[in-house]
Design a protein around this ligand. Structure first.
Ligand SMILES: Nc1ncnc2c1ncn2[C@@H]1O[C@H](COP(=O)(O)OP(=O)(O)OP(=O)(O)O)[C@@H](O)[C@H]1O
Length: 439
């Protein structure tokens, strides 16, 4: 892909696997890409109504498509005409500044038994940064609202102290920025950026574990901020004691302040989330529909949002012609489909090994034999498409291969599927078999 418009066409193409062409034409015909830099993807839509609808309903689709293409999370902004002029005039110094991210606030965060401690601690930190809980360490599985809380802290702090300097960074971006700063001889600027923060938010800090230079740099950043009473908030998918590759001196520091977990929401909290989100999207779901989702979509809040988005796209397609009974049936089918058996990475490896008569060690290993490479690429493709594993994790399944190697394999399989119908049929067949053959 060479240009921004290529990227945008690929995003729309990926979205078209989930949304009807009329939906895409209706809402995206006046959209153009402004820029893509750091972790921000900026669009322009001069039609205010369409802009609002895109923001309310379609951002997760755009984000998923970008994640598919670049294996990275982007913050998506949709600018109206005025914002576009302002954007061209003065560029924000950090497009991902969480202080102005209106949707992720304490007000929109639904509190239940699963997250009330994390919420209370986050709230306290936003009111009195650096006072009691430093660092604040929030951990829990994916999609349970850790990033939402980080943004809410930034937002809350900015409201009380507009002059506060908030720095938000993802763990792996910290490494990338550090490497770039070394290459460009801008180490001093890098340090300055982090060490002058009033509030440092590090999302997914687990990614710095095992990286020697990153940990060294982060250790000094941490100390500098901590010693001058600045607030540090960290999120991770696991508590510090389970971050096995993390240096001890960092682990003990992460445990100095308050550690709180976020767990999956219970039924009542799920119901409240569904009601809030649908109200924010300007849709009123019947009690029966809300109950159905709350009972069946239980893993995390991102999954609830995904289900709601699909349902709303469905409403779009069907319009008001559907009876309540038909809607319930359609949603039941959709949920059932979503909950279908999902194989493990090991199940994919087992299946590919037995189909292609290859030993597991060979498939996972470094062999460059033609047949082995082809089988390995299909296995990677299946892990991505069926299990939705990220590129790094797929690489780990195959002797810690780099994520770009994985990306290359996925591209290769996709291209071959497009040009060779027999190959496409084989891959489809394998997909069906793996999906219906647990173990
Ligand atoms: N309690 C909640 N109330 C309202 N929305 C929530 C809540 N928890 C999560 N969400 C929403 O769910 C989505 C996923 O949340 P978020 O990105 O914060 O998860 P996360 O824990 O940071 O996941 P990851 O570890 O994958 O980054 C967001 O849109 C967020 O607003």
């Amino acid at each position: 892909m060479n240009s921004l418009s290529d990227v945008w066409s690929s995003v729309l193409q990926r979205m078209s696997t989930q949304l009807a062409p009329t939906t895409i034409n209706t809402w995206f015909d006046e959209v153009e890409v402004v820029t893509m830099e750091d972790s921000a993807f900026v669009l322009h839509c001069g039609n205010e109504f369409k802009k609002k609808t895109i923001e309310a309903r379609f951002l997760p689709y755009i984000r998923d498509a970008l994640r598919d293409l670049f294996s990275a999370d982007f913050e998506i902004k949709v600018l109206n005409d005025d914002q576009l002029s302002a954007y061209h005039g003065i560029k924000p110094d950090h497009p991902g500044d969480p202080g102005d991210c209106g949707a992720f606030t304490f007000e929109t965060y639904v509190v239940g038994p699963n997250n009330k401690l994390a919420y209370a601690a986050a709230h306290a930190v936003s009111e009195r940064p650096g006072a009691n809980y430093n660092p604040l360490f929030i951990y829990g599985d994916s999609g349970l609202g850790k990033t939402h809380l980080l943004y809410a802290i930034a937002h809350g702090l900015k409201q009380n102290h507009p002059e506060a300097k908030v720095v938000y960074i993802k763990g792996d971006d910290f490494t990338n920025e550090l490497v770039a700063s070394i290459q460009e001889g801008k180490n001093a600027e890098f340090r300055e950026k982090y060490r002058q923060a009033t509030l440092l938010l590090v999302d997914d800090v687990q990614f710095i574990a095992g990286k020697v230079q990153t940990q060294e740099e982060f250790f000094h950043t941490f100390n500098a901020l901590y010693e001058s009473g600045k607030q540090i908030v960290l999120t991770s998918d696991r508590p510090p004691r389970e971050m096995t590759k993390l240096e001890d001196r960092l682990r003990t520091r992460f445990e100095w302040g308050l550690m709180v977990d976020v767990a999956p929401p219970d039924y009542e909290t799920r119901l409240a989330i569904i009601r809030n989100k649908s109200a924010m999207l300007g849709v009123q779901l019947s009690d029966a529909v809300s109950d159905l989702i709350a009972e069946n979509v239980t893993a995390n809040v991102r999954q609830i949002e995904g289900t709601l988005n699909k349902i709303l796209a469905y409403y779009d397609l069907m319009g008001s012609s559907m009876s309540q009974e038909d809607i319930l049936k359609a949603i039941r089918d959709m949920i059932k489909k979503n909950n279908e058996y999902i194989p493990t990475a090991q199940a994919v490896v087992n299946y590919i090994c037995s189909t292609y008569h290859i030993d597991e060690d060979v498939l996972r290993g470094q062999s460059r034999g033609r047949e082995v490479v082809a089988a390995r690429q299909i296995a990677m493709y299946l892990m991505r498409r069926i299990i939705c594993m990220n590129l790094v994790d797929i690489g780990k399944e195959f002797g810690d291969r780099d994520h770009t190697t994985v990306l290359h394999s996925l591209d290769k399989v996709e291209k071959q599927m497009r040009s060779d119908p027999a190959f496409a049929e084989t891959v489809k067949q394998i997909t069906t078999n793996i999906n219906t053959n647990p173990g």
